[in-house]
Design a protein around this ligand. Structure first.
Ligand code: INI
Length: 154
């Protein structure tokens, strides 16, 4: 019975990271975690492109440009939407979430959801190297695994 698992070897993998500038005190941590994890897994620095966008709402648009370019095996989306800091949390978080899912399904390129949608700044920080792990590192591992799995399945 064939069983496929992507694995986490990053050698030769080309990755685009789209990162939102809004709440940069959080997104910079997401980015450095993702970059460190990619490097540790063997992805070459020259094969990683980082694209900054104004906020989480713009992330899916840039992710689509990257996915459709054919230049990347995976796209990692990073952002932070904090409920306590915005009256229109649902619109920004919902737009980013729905958009990222759509880009991945429509382009068939793994587009990884590393956008924090949390209630408080404390929750954001606990997910970027605090007690709840590191969502940037997690997103990097998911990108490598899904890129491998795509090759194995398609
Ligand atoms: N963008 C974020 O990434 N996080 C937020 O918490 C946020 N808040 O609070 O509004 C936010 N807003 C900006 C939005 O993503 C767009 O950049 C802006 O609306 C321009 O389209």
């Amino acid at each position: 019975m064939p069983v496929l698992e992507g694995g986490l070897a990053g050698e030769g993998m080309r990755v685009c990271i789209v990162v939102a500038r809004w709440n940069s005190f959080v997104t910079e941590k997401l980015l450095s975690g993702a970059l460190a994890e990619l490097r540790q897994r063997g992805v070459a620095d020259d094969d990683v492109t980082t694209a900054w966008v104004p906020g989480a709402f713009e992330v899916p648009t840039a992710a689509r440009w990257a996915a459709e370019s054919g230049r990347f095996d995976a796209v990692i989306c990073l952002g932070a939407v904090i409920r306590g800091e915005t009256a229109h949390f649902e619109y920004v978080a919902g737009g980013a979430t729905d958009g990222i899912v759509r880009v991945s399904q429509e382009t068939r390129v793994p587009v990884i959801f590393g956008v924090l949608t949390v209630d408080t700044v404390e929750q954001a920080l606990s997910r970027t190297g605090g007690k709840d792990g590191h969502k940037g590192e997690e997103a990097a591992r998911a990108a490598i695994e899904m890129a491998h799995l795509r090759k194995g399945l398609s």
